[in-house]
Design a protein. Structure first.
Length: 169
């Protein structure tokens, strides 16, 4: 569970009564796709013929450029999560990261799902390194677009406990 019971209005799009602009929504989606793409190799190494997570990430980028609708993007997210379900460990979390990223066009708050699952994937890939998750988290934070940086960092603090505490120092 990565979504809060009470939604932050800053992460609800303007057309749904919140304060998130379309431009910032697209920035969140691109950042989530980048987080998922960074760990996608962990899935590809185990499931090289399954393209569903890669297609989900591509769908996010297509939604951002206007060439794919939100419902199609969200559907590809569901397919990526379907690819994750029978797996364990790093590959599973990497596929879930892709699925979460593809759901950002529908619900912007899935941005943390993509980031959190990517961190979990890295931790699972290198369980003997306590720093692996921190390095991934820091890598993600370095790539946050300036316009949404404070919003995402505040969101990480608020939802850290429901995101497996992966955003802790």
């Amino acid at each position: 569970m990565i979504l809060p019971k009470v939604r932050d209005p800053r992460l609800i799009t303007i057309r749904r009564g919140g304060g998130l602009s379309d431009d910032d929504h697209r920035l969140l989606a691109l950042w989530a796709a980048e987080c998922a793409d960074h760990v996608l190799h962990l899935f590809d190494d185990e499931q090289p013929s399954d393209t569903r997570p890669r297609e989900a990430i591509a769908a996010v980028r297509a939604w951002v450029d206007g060439s794919l609708g939100m419902m199609d993007t969200r559907a590809r997210g569901g397919h990526a999560m379907g690819a994750a379900r029978p797996l364990r460990g790093a590959a599973r979390y990497a596929a879930y990261a892709a699925g979460q990223a593809a759901c950002v066009p529908h619900v912007p708050e899935h941005e943390l799902g993509a980031a959190a699952y990517a961190i979990r994937a890295v931790r699972a890939a290198d369980p003997l390194s306590p720093a692996a998750g921190r390095w991934e988290r820091d890598w993600q934070r370095e790539r946050l677009p300036g316009r949404v940086r404070a919003l995402v960092l505040e969101d990480q603090v608020k939802r850290n406990t429901i995101c497996w505490s992966v955003f802790d120092d």
